[in-house]
Design a protein around this ligand. Structure first.
Ligand SMILES: Cc1cc2nc3c(=O)[nH]c(=O)nc-3n(C[C@H](O)[C@H](O)[C@H](O)COP(=O)(O)O)c2cc1C
Length: 135
């Protein structure tokens, strides 16, 4: 069980799968993310709806920023937009996981792309409640 570092932070961003990237790259991304994030003591979730990503990363600020910098430069997705970046009292997740959305959740993800700050945070939490991921 990971302890929460004193400078616990979270980042939430949305992005879109690159035009030339097949959907199956998501499996490679998730595998790499799991390994790297475990090493960096980062937990969170990567949500994919077949086209868009929404990812939440939580951990110490430096680790989260470093991961985000790598992710931002990844050509397998485009239009990376950070919706929220701020301190967190307590981790939302015990590990890093991948969630798929379906049905009305897809609309939620699209809506999320147009939100910022607190509104984005609330929409993200609503999205999570419809997903089958462990806390
Ligand atoms: C949508 C998306 C989400 C990603 N999420 C993570 C992540 O949570 N953690 C991570 O280390 N890399 C993530 N990556 C991969 C990074 O962009 C990058 O390929 C990887 O960190 C490089 O790791 P390496 O230096 O060990 O090869 C993600 C990439 C994409 C496109």
């Amino acid at each position: 069980m990971h302890t929460s570092p004193p400078d616990l932070h979270e980042i939430i961003y949305v992005s879109t799968l690159a035009d030339d990237a097949p959907v199956r790259v998501v499996a490679d991304i998730a595998k790499r993310a799991r390994t790297n994030n475990r090493q960096a003591n980062i937990t969170g979730v990567l949500v994919f709806d077949g086209l868009h990503f929404c990812q939440q990363l939580e951990g110490c600020a430096r680790a989260v920023d470093a991961a985000m910098a790598r992710i931002q430069g990844d050509s397998r997705h485009r239009d990376v937009e950070v919706l929220h970046h701020g301190p967190l009292d307590k981790r939302r997740f015990r590990r890093f996981s991948l969630g798929y959305t379906s049905g009305e959740d897809v609309e939620l993800l699209e809506r999320l792309q147009r939100l910022k700050g607190q509104a984005a945070l609330e929409a993200f939490v609503a999205l999570l409640s419809g997903l089958d991921v462990d806390g």
